[in-house]
Design a protein around this ligand. Structure first.
Ligand code: PGA
Ligand code: ZN
Length: 412
């Protein structure tokens, strides 16, 4: 047991070069927990806001003013840390102190406690005695809110090496497909600049259909069978296309519009044709019934909510009632505090909703989410494939796989 003796914050920058905050918590004058907050670009309507009025300095000012409230608390007592944050902000979306502060303080405290206990973070977060390794789910081609004009409207084409027996094999397979896709894209377009989107996926000037085609070709060029050793996934991030007024999905780059029924058809065709193992936010964030249609139609695909469920346990309960998804993204900063996110994970696991612990498009080089993925029994870890801030999480998973506690890959 160790008590918090110091808590301080600083202003830093994320992978997009935007301002963010980092929090240092020290317990018993020597055990440092340090966490730098990420942030998203395609954010859900109901997720925690990163900073009060978009201002990271304000989060830091609040922390400074109230730091004494945290001094003396048990670093491992996540509930007390969470309740202290809640005494400063009882809004639904942490709009007073910023979700980034709740994120960083709660994880830093648990990291400090882990150092005091001389054990890895995932063990402090879970009382289980054995863990399975989540499959890395990585972005190979980016569009939408993560890349510029001319790229697909679809935000992310992802791969998962579902046939891999070890985490190393899975990481290496993802890297090889990402690399092969560059060769395919260079043949397709001699002017391809090797440009990449926010999460490290290639950002070519291609329409949605062509982008999916070249992704499948890259997998097959390496001798893999699509859907066997390596599967494709898609994050449609459909709220980006949804126009509330017109009640239509506007695919501006490709030049077409989808009614809600057409959107279901559009997504279903892609899931079928490319044997998707994973389909995220195929309809907009409030279309619970439409998601339910896809979930019913594709029981073998992880029909996943991200903007739909925003790591909010009450919204997830609604999604479970309406059978809107069979899988859900877990992003701690969507929820706000780690305590909120672990409560969300408990609801998901009790109801057989498969979890995918995920990075944000604007990241730090921290790797705590590898531990959070393990502790929450996540089936996948969505962290990209290349880029220092993405590889940091995969490298941590590789380090952790040396522990005898981690036995094999998760079942997906
Ligand atoms: P974001 O996007 O981090 O930019 O919100 C990631 C996602 O939609 O999964
Ligand atoms: Zn998403």
């Amino acid at each position: 047991m160790s008590k918090i003796t110091s808590i301080e914050g600083r202003l830093l920058y994320n992978s997009r070069g935007s301002k963010t905050i980092e929090i240092d918590i020290i317990s018993d004058n020597k055990f440092l927990g340090r966490v730098c907050a990420p942030s998203g670009a395609s954010v859900g309507k109901y997720e925690a806001v990163s900073f009060p009025n978009g201002n990271p300095e304000e989060s830091l000012r609040i922390l400074k003013e109230y730091s004494q409230k945290f001094i003396g608390l048990e670093a491992s007592d996540l509930k007390s840390i969470h309740d202290t944050l809640r005494s400063l902000d009882d809004s639904s979306n942490y709009s007073n102190i910023g979700g980034a502060l709740a994120f960083s303080v709660t994880i830093a405290s648990m990291e400090s406690a882990s150092r005091a206990l001389n054990q890895p973070l995932y063990q402090t977060l879970s009382s289980r005695s054995s863990f399975t390794c989540p499959f890395p789910l990585g972005n190979i081609l980016g569009g939408g809110a993560h890349a510029g004009p001319g790229t697909p409207d679809i935000q992310e084409i992802l791969i998962c090496a579902i046939g891999s027996k070890t985490i190393r094999e899975a990481v290496e397979t993802n890297l090889s497909v990402h690399k092969e896709l560059r060769n395919v894209l260079e043949k397709e377009d001699p002017n391809f600049t090797n440009g990449r989107g926010d999460e490290g996926g290639w950002a070519p000037k291609l329409n949605n259909e062509k982008a999916l085609e070249v992704s499948a070709i890259a997998i097959e060029n390496l001798g893999f069978t699509l859907g066997k050793e390596v599967s494709l996934g898609v994050d449609f991030a459909s709220s980006t296309q949804w126009d509330e007024k017109k009640q239509k999905y506007l695919y501006e780059r490709a030049g077409f519009e989808n009614s809600p029924d057409k959107q279901i058809e559009f997504a279903a065709k892609i899931i079928e044709k490319y044997k998707l193992v994973y389909a995220e936010d195929a309809v907009h964030e409030e279309a619970f019934e439409d998601m339910a249609e896809l979930t019913k139609k594709f029981p073998k695909t992880m029909v996943t909510g991200d903007d739909l469920t925003v790591t909010n346990k009450n919204i997830l309960k609604k999604a479970i009632e309406s059978k809107s998804c069979n899988a859900s993204i877990l992003k701690v900063n969507q929820a706000g505090s780690l305590y909120d996110a672990l409560e969300f994970a408990e609801v998901a696991n009790k109801n057989n909703i498969k979890l995918i612990t995920s990075h944000r498009s604007g990241e730090s080089v921290d790797s705590h989410i590898a531990h959070i993925g393990l502790a929450t029994q996540s089936k996948m870890l969505k962290v990209g494939i290349v880029g220092g801030e993405r590889v940091a999480k995969l490298n941590e998973l590789l380090r952790l796989s040396e522990h005898g506690l981690i036995c094999g890959m998760a079942e997906i």
